[in-house]
Design a protein around this ligand. Structure first.
Ligand SMILES: [Zn+2]
Length: 317
């Protein structure tokens, strides 16, 4: 009897040991799975297209306006095969004519992930009566807005805020653009534009909030601000001064200059994506983000780049 009790105790001990061992391995597996999923969460990709600039005219020289619907359709089909958090078009979706939107919008809307627009100067190359309806036509929530993806804040700016092309010629906003251009003695081309005071204050408020929430930030605009270039925003310096005050800003990405461009200043990457409309060959990119890099995978004429991120103030502490 006592022998059986002894054996049972021994068996119990073995069972307990086995249970502990099982629990240890279970915790270990859960730990590894959590670590893996955390890593994969902080890394993801999104699509970026600039200057589709479609219209039915064939175009002269390097511009191939009428080919842009085909290029966009091919791009959309390709992006739909990838695992992307979203896709953004950086402005000049059309070259001219209200009807052009009806050709390219249904193609862009075939994207099977969230997709966004930035306003370009050519998006306003429609009759004066239609200019105020462009934002709604492009299915945008506002002329400038922001959205968040997994700890990254993406800020979409409207560089046509003060401009000659976004408003009817007899409007107050057009007169304001004339005053702004004259008073600032600008020699920058008239087809660029500027961010107004209200938008600049909104930008600062979003950057303050992003800093507080320890988010990383990418800015989108149709117009570049750096390096020095005739395509730049009229108030490029004012925008750069704000950006540099916020270490959470990692990159500023734009279109407008179809040749593409790149510069780095005080830790911020300024990237101009090549225009899809130019030449027979397409151009667009897929950008992968992780904690240390923005990795641009270029398709067609777009280049591959690996951009190292500057440290946020919170990480430096
Ligand atoms: Zn443009």
């Amino acid at each position: 009897m006592s022998n059986r009790v002894f054996l049972n105790e021994q068996q119990n001990g073995t069972v307990q040991y086995m249970e502990k061992k099982k629990r240890f391995y279970l915790i270990l597996i859960i730990g590894i799975v959590c670590l893996f999923s955390l890593q994969s969460c902080s890394s993801y990709s999104f699509g970026v297209i600039a200057d589709c600039q479609y219209c039915k005219e064939a175009g002269k020289g390097v511009r191939k306006y009428a080919k842009s619907d085909t290029k966009l359709a091919e791009c959309v089909s390709h992006l739909n095969t990838l695992d992307l958090a979203y896709t953004i078009h950086l402005g000049d979706f059309i070259d001219r004519d209200w009807e052009s939107f009806d050709v390219v919008t249904p193609i862009y809307n075939r994207l099977n992930m969230p997709h966004y627009h930035v306003l370009g100067n050519h998006d306003f190359s429609v009759v004066d009566e239609k200019k105020s309806a462009v934002i709604k036509k492009m299915e945008m929530p506002n002329d400038y807005y922001d959205f968040e993806v997994k700890g990254w804040r993406f800020i979409v700016l409207n560089g046509n805020d003060i401009s000659f092309h976004a408003y009817p010629k007899d409007s107050e906003n057009y007169k304001l653009a004339v005053e702004y251009y004259t008073q600032n003695k600008l020699d920058n081309p008239k087809w660029n534009g500027a961010l107004g005071v209200t938008q600049l204050n909104w930008l600062k408020a979003v950057l303050e909030k992003a800093t507080k929430n320890e988010e990383q930030v990418v800015l989108y605009c149709h117009f570049p601000v750096y390096p020095e270039n005739r395509h730049n925003l009229w108030n490029a310096k004012e925008v750069i001064d704000i950006i540099e005050d916020y270490p959470c800003v990692k990159a500023y990405i734009n279109g407008h200059n179809h040749e593409g461009n790149y510069g780095q200043k005080n830790g911020v990457h300024y990237l101009t994506m090549k225009g899809m409309v130019d030449t027979e060959e397409s151009a667009y990119g897929v950008i992968k983000v992780n904690k240390e890099y923005l990795i641009i995978e270029g398709y067609g004429r777009e280049l591959n780049r690996t951009l190292q991120l500057r440290k946020s103030a919170s990480i430096l502490k």
